[in-house]
Ligand binder design. Sequence first.
Ligand code: EPS
Length: 352
Amino acid sequence: MLRLATAGESHGPALVGVLSGLPAGLVLDRDAIDADLARRQQGQGRSPRQRIEQDRVEVLAGLRHGRTLGTPLAIVVRNRDHENWQWGMSPWRPEGEPEGKGTKPVTLPRPGHADLAGALKYGHEDIRDVLERASARQTAITVAAGAVAKALLAHLGVAVAGAIVDEGSVEDARADRDTVGGVIEVRASGAPPGLGSYASREDRLDARLGAALMGIQAVKGVEIGDGFALAGLRGSEAHDEILPGFTRETNRAGGIEGGVSNGEEIVVRAAMKPLPTLMQPLRSVDLRSGAPGEALVERSDVSAVEALSVVAEAAVAFELARAAREKFGGDALGDFVAAHRAYLERIPWRPR
Ligand code: EPS
């Protein structure tokens, strides 16, 4: 079973991930992983933070001479900005006088962020103890793990790509000192029929992709294929007829029927809300005094929709790789690939 455990705070020393369940013998390309990390950092509307960070993957375990060992792969992306937060984000009790950033407690929760609910839940008095982990900085590890998943999927002829569908005007929002959201789409080609299962909720590929996308910061909606638009159609207009050779002329289902991939392109979309850190803050209430005030103002992105297209691509790739590992198994990469080949010999389906 492919699994990803993660840890890391936005301005702490590093983000870390442990990826288990990879087969042995998968060749990883450090440049390809770093290229995806760089794609995530680009885009209109990003915070000045991105001029400080130059995300690069480090591997601490599970890889030898560029090939996976079949053991847990430990990855790290360091936060260069930690240098400016050494006292404020010191994992151990800091020594010396407070200096740098993050020394003063945050007590005014931002509407739309995890700040208030997180502080109440965990009993934190400084909202920084919430926001550092809730931050979308964490998505760097999602992207690094997704790049590994894409390397695995390439052996099955599966390719995954994210793109922006819709985004508010970043320049207008920046001029107004406001933020925007948008919609992204991820398409996966080459996935065979039979990933996921109708058998139970946790097996359904659509539910799994939904959870993968909703698990990304600021995502508020997900649809598969024509999604919400299908609700307004008649059944005769909504489904994709099966033609000789088991092909389809339409793909309204987005490549998933009954929770199982059907061999068509997998198409998913995610809606991102406008980011909640505002330069003209909304009303809030001080966590300690209960007095009305204005929410925390911090350096932040005007938009992260382009970043979301890269993060969502990685999240979808990871979930498809997880479903493929379940279906084709194998401790060695060759076993995994051979099981896929044998399956394709059994079924009347050819990738297009
Ligand atoms: C984020 C707030 C900003 C973003 C951050 C996500 O952080 P900072 O206050 O350090 O500028 O830049 O995103 C990243 C650092 C990143 O690498 O994507 C938030 O509150 O979620």
